[in-house]
Design a protein around this ligand. Structure first.
Ligand code: ATP
Ligand code: MG
Ligand code: MG
Ligand code: MG
Length: 473
């Protein structure tokens, strides 16, 4: 391919460096001291306080390539992995920022210039969206840049709440936010899906590549907004999505890095057909979990560690589905380090530890995985459409199957999980445990809920309450 992933990163940073931006390193996946956010889900996270005006930097323009994780909290794509062409849990975000310096016009014009003149994307395949009442951004697209009005779509709040729309970006439930303008690429009529704003927009034909957020507000816990000290720009472009276009493939999973990881996953699982979706899941998850270990997150039964455990176990279960009955997942780490270690020295430096942590978790889960799968298979053997909550709970409690892992198996077979029944069984056990006076805190906390509803911080609060109860006798 003309542009490798490494070329794309460098080209992006050079472009913005030439335009007065300071190049800033990727920050850790665990945001420092921010209880509103589970993981770094975008490039702006390390600048949150700069937007709010409580932190100052020696520059007003910045650019970075940020390691991101969307597997818990406000932005969660775990359930999309293996199903769409464009979502990962871990991905790299190319971003540029203005802290009270330039605004909409420069941001959009530079974006267009970089895409069409430097990366040389065909202009006729690009679309843009703007926030519904953002006439300024609309005019920049149609008049300054000259995009035909048919390909500039206004998107507003379809849900009734003024700030709940797709074109209003929020990092978390509170904090910096603002209207945005997004750039889409049309991969062509042979792929199902419709243009942004249409009912079929969720397909993989028109893929969103670059979001330009015009940061203007600080969302309060009660849903009201305060203006930021100065209007700012925050952009984010998915590296893998851009790479797919530049390498003339459709799916993120067909780009250079992913093809190599998928081949490695095929090697370790003995699978020849590299289009098997389980290999994509494994390739995605080895990135997420390795970078998490490198940033200090080890598998545990609560909070971030539980997200880590859930991702690792999901990957292992996919390996099991492909016929692996012994640990294999950690053997992909050297491949990953070869592919990404130069760009992320911390990953390279952590290689041995990452392998050890993943291997230990594999050994642990393999002790119960086969028996758990037998129970699950038996429960679904009669063509049932719903997995009973008490079975899901038993799998969770005795066999270490996080609820979302059981749900992942069920989804493959067109079955749903009785979540209410699961929660009821959980409550019942907790109550019984308390009554018997041998309540085991770690056990009680060992659950995730369906991952799209994962509420790690509620659980931390719960833990705090449990600790308080213990202290009070
Ligand atoms: P989508 O609508 O496709 O889920 P998004 O609107 O949630 O994307 P943003 O929050 O706007 O994404 O993030 C900025 C950019 O990061 C996106 O335009 C996209 O290129 C990239 N991106 C977002 N989520 C993912 C992901 N899960 N995997 C890979 N790239 C992503
Ligand atoms: Mg999304
Ligand atoms: Mg979107
Ligand atoms: Mg977006």
């Amino acid at each position: 391919p003309q542009f490798t992933v490494a070329d794309i990163r460098q080209t992006f940073l050079d472009f913005f460096k030439e335009r007065g931006h300071s190049v800033v390193a990727s920050s850790p996946l665990v945001p420092g001291n921010d209880p509103t956010l589970m993981f770094t889900n975008s490039g702006m996270v390390q600048f949150k306080d700069v937007f709010l005006g409580t932190d100052k930097r020696p520059y007003v323009r910045a650019a970075s390539v940020q390691a991101c994780l969307r597997a818990g909290g406000k932005h969660n794509d775990l359930e999309n992995v293996g199903y769409t062409a464009r979502h990962h849990t871990f991905f790299e975000m190319l971003g540029n920022w203005s802290f009270g310096d330039y605004f909409k016009r420069d941001s959009l014009k530079w974006g267009w210039e970089l895409l069409t003149q430097v990366y040389r994307l065909p202009a006729e395949k690009l679309w843009a969206t703007v926030y519904i009442d953002d006439d300024e951004a609309y005019d920049i697209w149609t008049k300054d840049i000259g995009l035909p009005p048919e390909r500039v779509v206004r998107i507003g709040d379809n849900k009734g709440a003024k700030y709940a729309s797709d074109n209003f970006w929020m990092m978390a439930d509170t904090g910096p936010c603002g209207p945005c303008s997004e750039i889409f690429y049309d991969h062509g009529p042979h792929i199902p899906g419709g243009p942004p704003g249409s009912p079929e927009a969720d397909g993989d034909r028109y893929i969103e590549i670059w979001n330009h957020v015009f940061m203007q507000f600080d969302m309060q816990p009660d849903g009201s907004v305060k203006p930021l000290p100065a209007p700012c720009v925050d952009t984010g472009m998915g590296l893998e999505r851009l790479a797919a276009i530049l390498q003339h493939v459709h799916s993120n999973y067909e780009i250079d890095i992913f093809q190599a990881l998928i081949a490695a996953a095929g090697r370790e699982t003995g699978v020849q057909d590299l289009s098997n979706p389980s290999l994509r899941v494994i390739a995605d998850h080895v990135r997420a979990t390795s970078f998490l270990v490198a940033d200090g997150v080890i598998p545990s039964n609560e909070g971030r560690g539980y997200v880590q455990r859930r991702i690792i176990r999901r990957a292992i279960r996919h390996g099991y589905k492909l016929g692996r009955k012994t640990p294999f997942f950690h053997k992909l780490v050297p491949d990953l380090v070869r592919l990404m270690g130069d760009a992320y020295p911390n990953l390279k430096a952590s290689e041995t530890r990452v392998m050890e942590v993943l291997k230990a978790e594999e050994e642990r889960f393999y002790e119960t995985l086969a028996n758990g799968m037998e129970i699950l298979d038996a429960a679904l053997g009669g063509g049932q459409k719903v997995l009973p909550g008490d079975v899901a709970f038993k799998l969770h409690d005795t066999y270490g199957f996080p609820l979302d892992l059981s749900a992942d198996v069920c989804r493959e077979r067109g079955v749903t999980v009785d979540e209410a029944g699961f929660n009821a069984a959980m409550e019942k056990q907790k109550a019984a445990g308390r009554a018997a006076g041998k309540f085991k805190m770690d056990r009680a906390l060992e659950y995730g809920g369906a991952s799209n509803k994962f509420t790690g911080y509620e659980r931390l609060e719960e833990q705090a309450r449990v600790v308080a109860v213990y202290k009070d006798g």
